[in-house]
Design a protein around this ligand. Sequence first.
Ligand SMILES: [Zn+2]
Length: 308
Amino acid sequence: MSDKKKRKRQYTPRKGYSKEQYRRDTMQAYGVLTGIAVALVFVLIYFMFIHKPSADAKQAADVPQTVTVKKVIAGESVSEVSASDENGSSTSEPQDSSSAVTTTVTQAGNETAKPTEKAQEAAGHKLEVKNGITYVDGIMIVNKTYSLPADYAPGLDPTAEAAFNEMASQAWSEGVSLFICSGFRTYREQDMLYRNYSSQRGTDEADRVSSRPGHSEHQSGLCMDINTTEFDFAGTKEAIWLANHCADYGFIIRFPLGKESITGYAYEPWHIRYVGKKAAKEITDQDLCLEEYLGVTSDYKNSSDQNG
Ligand SMILES: [Zn+2]
């Protein structure tokens, strides 16, 4: 900046406004500014070190609790002790809560719903996977969540077949005719059936009444469609007899009326599943479906195979 310009900008007192007066006014202005600055520093210190979190901040501090519960449900060796630890620290040390919130929320964001829901499976039950087949409390589970390997092809289970024959002969003696309409199906057969359904009726409807390959119980060899797969089987004397007596032979009506949201399938009065007499009695007496009995879901979203 040139001297000329500097001089131009220099203060020229108005008439009657002395240089001394100007100096005092300037000092006063500086004083006020300093005062404001000091006040700001105090406010800053107050919020950084002294201030307790407000209701909003407390609400934010609750976030890790929810996340922790999720983690515990996820069951990835996160114990309940660590959960209470985290809750404790977020309440007793509020100044740390903001950073805790940020990191934990990030974790929650990374957690997809899939492993969380999956880990809720069979809580309080014994879940085992042998050769790609899932057993809960020793009962093989095949549904929308749990599938069978494509090469699993045991044929109709001999125990289930013997139980059916015993049941059918008793029914026959009471004037009721029961026969197996469809028993064991291979992965490939199911694949073709499902493709047929979904091309004719769309995926949503196909998923209500049919199974994607690997997810059909018919591939387990433990279930059978009795007499028909037409809905007008419901209410016939055969359907009524079957519903009333199949548990005595170790079978359950696998997809009961009113349980579609749990089993994932529409009511099928003809589809029976062999689970053994003890489980069949308990399931039937308590009016449960197999998913409720074993504490598992039936949802392709929770499935880990490529068809789910
Ligand atoms: Zn069936």
